[in-house]
Write a protein that binds this ligand. Structure first.
Ligand code: AMP
Ligand code: ZN
Length: 457
């Protein structure tokens, strides 16, 4: 059986064939760097990492491009409201450029902690203003644009199948929308270039053939994916929210300019939910990876938790479910550690594993098979060699974990408890003395909202 992937564009499972084997071009919409990523965002990046690893497992050479949105993403997807970067700048008192730098670095740190492979190419929107202007000029030349008092817009009525990806009811949308239209001619039209507001100097603005301003959010992905992957490439992915606005607009731009639907496969990861609602920065119900770490969770537990659900189902977050993942993951890596040195992998298990990976990345079944392997009566060395192969896709660092670093000796644990008591009774001098003893024994204690955390110095 060959690798089969679900393509949102055709709403079907399709056999994957690279356009230019053995190379595969893959573009993933990256973060808007006005704030920290939350664990919901990170679920999408874990899904994309599994996809990339699955392609490599199949012997393909993946050229993976990820953008960083550091300009143009407004607070409302209807091309109104403030630029998220400028808003983030006001919130933090730092410049838009500084926060872009800061949150890009934080994002990269999160990817590393989740053992997500680094993209082959990172590209920042602000480093590609010329390419974006060029793409808009191309769209303009083909007759798909119009000008309003605040920018240059894409006229979606000129594309007969605009919104196909989302199966959008364009006529219905048009009839139903009166709000947020401003001077837009159609509800689904979107900004390609926005003018800086009159009399106001933005932190991020550029000269263009149409006037000083900044690019709309969608144009960066069309311009940069074409630059690094060509006008038609293998796979484009992102979170499910992109099915309705961002990706149809990327497709419209590319169709107008190059006549292609940009990518051969369109793939989408479903949302992480909390209390049955989407986890989101704007909803304000989000957790960062760092929050989990502060509560004593190993960041790879998040990865393990994500693998427990298929990427095309919503995943509901609860602390109980996360704790169950902790126990499962801990049992698994302890077992793998105890299997010692690898010998020869089990062909039978490898072929079943490949079958699950190739069946649209069925990670829940791949994990279940890992447990089967663990419980099997195969020699330990065979189990070890096999699981190391699995881990090329799972990415759980199963071969690297060893128990010793994690365990805290009893006498240190009791000093920490004593210190906790001292602090609760406001005996600060005693607490300080206990901290000094803990440090002298080679450990650091850090006070977090979830209680003290102990680390080797
Ligand atoms: P943003 O930084 O807001 O542009 O989002 C980055 C990525 O995370 C996009 O691919 C979104 O589709 C995705 N995303 C946003 N919220 C969630 C969520 N609750 N669960 C999974 N993915 C999400
Ligand atoms: Zn994009």
């Amino acid at each position: 059986m060959k690798l089969r992937l679900y393509d949102t564009y055709t709403r079907s499972l399709r056999e994957f064939e690279p356009l230019h084997p053995p190379e595969v071009g893959m573009y993933t919409c990256g973060p808007t760097v006005y704030d920290f990523a939350h664990v919901g965002n990170l679920r999408t990046y874990v899904f994309e990492d599994i996809l990339r690893r699955a392609l490599e497992f199949n012997g393909y050479k993946v050229r993976h491009v990820m953008n960083i949105t550091d300009v143009g993403h407004l607070t409302s997807d209807a091309d109104t409201g403030e630029d998220r970067m400028e808003k983030g700048s006001r919130r933090t008192g730092k410049s838009a450029w500084e926060i872009a730098e800061l949150y890009t670095e934080e994002f990269k740190k999160d990817l590393k902690r989740l053992n997500i492979l680094e993209p082959t190419i990172w590209c920042r929107a602000t480093d590609h203003i010329a390419e974006q202007i060029e793409t808009i000029r191309c769209i303009e030349k083909k007759g798909f644009t119009y000008r309003t008092s605040d920018g240059i817009y894409f006229d979606t009525s000129k594309l007969p199948d605009y919104g196909h990806l989302a199966r959008l009811d364009v006529a219905g949308l048009q009839a139903g929308t009166r709000i947020e239209m401003a001077e837009k001619r159609h509800a689904t039209d979107f900004a390609l270039w926005k003018f800086s507001p009159p009399g106001q100097k933005r932190q991020m603005e550029w000269d263009s053939p149409w006037g000083v301003g900044f690019p709309g959010w969608h144009i960066e992905c069309s311009a940069m994916s074409a630059k690094y992957l060509g006008e038609f490439f293998d796979i484009h992915c992102g979170g499910e929210d992109h099915i309705t606005v961002h990706h149809p607009n990327e497709i419209a731009q590319t169709q107008a300019c190059f006549g292609t639907r940009l990518a051969n496969f369109w793939m989408h990861g479903y949302f992480l939910q909390i209390d049955d609602a989407r986890m989101g920065k704007s909803v304000g119900n989000f957790l960062r990876l760092q929050d989990l770490i502060d509560r004593g969770y190993d960041p790879l537990v998040w990865r393990y938790f994500c693998l427990g659900a298929h990427y095309r189902t919503k995943l509901n977050f609860t602390w109980e479910a996360l704790d169950a993942a902790v126990r499962g993951f801990q049992r698994l890596r302890t077992a793998v550690h105890e299997w010692g040195e690898p010998s020869q992998a089990s062909e039978e298990h490898l072929s079943r594993f490949t079958e699950f990976v190739d069946d649209d990345l069925n990670m829940p079944r791949a994990l279940a098979l890992t447990w089967d392997l663990s419980r099997s009566d195969l020699p330990a060395g065979v189990r070890k060699a096999t699981v190391l192969w699995f881990d090329a896709v799972l990415g759980l660092r199963l071969g690297e974990w060893a128990p010793s670093e994690e365990s805290i000796p009893d006498e240190i644990a009791s000093l920490v408890d004593e210190r906790k008591r001292a602090r609760a009774e406001r005996r600060w001098k005693d607490a300080d003395a206990l901290r000094a003893r803990i440090q002298a024994a080679g450990y650091d204690v850090e006070d977090t909202a979830a209680g003290p955390r102990i680390k080797r110095r």
